[in-house]
Design a protein around this ligand. Sequence first.
Ligand code: MLT
Length: 409
Amino acid sequence: MAKINTHFQKLSAHYLFPRIEKQVSLLKEKRPEAELIDFGIGDVSEPLAEGLVKALCASALEMGSKNTFKGYGPSQGYPFLREEIARHDYKGLGIHPDEIFISDGSKSDTANIHELFDQSSIVALPDPAYPVYVDATVMAGRSMGATSSGTYEGIHYLSCTEKNGFMPSPPASHTDLIYLCSPNNPTGVALPKELLQEWVRYAKKEKAVLLFDAAYEAYISSDAPHSIYEIEGAKDVAIEFRSYSKSSGFTGLRCAFTVIPKTLLLDSHSLHALWKRRSDTKFNGVSYIIQKAAAATYSSPCKEEIQAQITSYKKRTSLLMQGLQSLGYTIYGGKDAPYIWCKAPMGLSSWAFFDLLLQEAHIIAIPGSGFGPCGEGYVRFAAFKEEKIIEKSLKRFMNLSKKIENIQR
Ligand code: MLT
């Protein structure tokens, strides 16, 4: 008899985002007239830059002509894109195009990377964290199951709280694989150079590997590093994940890349060689058309159009952040990422505040506890919406504040 992979049974029943969708559908059934403002899932709201659409159309036309048609491409991605990435994203950091792997998204890469490591590997991850890190760790059989406190046994949680500025520090004990996300999803906080230096030192000492997710680096305004490879020695201990989703509006197109330096060895085995072997076996690469669009993001006029979109998303984030602050909310993040980490008022739980926002203001947020126990008491707002929607939401927040004041009286 065939048997299922029992690691799946250790997962909590729902992935966070579908659970929220369900709650929202219930409200829509109850109040079909409600005009919802969605600060939930971090999806871009602007259409693709004109230069990108042109690149997509031109490469689609190439596929229709005998001389320029492309069949299977290299599993690692076309050299034309890997060269652009090395030249622009890793300028002066010594990353070679051959160390870059093009993929369909950082979600898949940050989950699939588990395949390279021994079953006994101890995984450390920030709490709160992007839920994919936890679920992928459980699916890979690196946890014994859920505990009553909402964590998973066997996973080492790195508490991120107000007290440490939501910045995870290296633990006193040994771990093997450490997920770091900077700027962070969900807290929006970017890790400073000194802390990343500590992490690289820790990884060297413990012979551990840092899994550095930099999907939101395009939003950094502070002097926080954009890449882990800005830290000396990181090429010996770190894998970096980057994505075009939030930097160039590719959430629907799908394109990302992962960097595995050739100097990253475990017991003299090259992780680069293992990932290459995996890609050759399991992947036929991202479509040519999409890779051509990704390559177009590095040249004018596309580059400037994309930069203007990011500037506009950052402006929207500031608008929401300042508005919430002026209403007395305690806010974190927002400066280096499109995410605002907001403390629930009146000591409400994350889900209670989520519910209050949904029912009373028709605003969708993400309950912080869905990202881990340390997220309890917070919600996350993804501030990609147009300015006029943000302004409208601030009026609703103001009315909600009045209602809260009345409750408190
Ligand atoms: C989020 O809302 O956390 C992200 O958009 C989800 C993702 O990137 O998969």
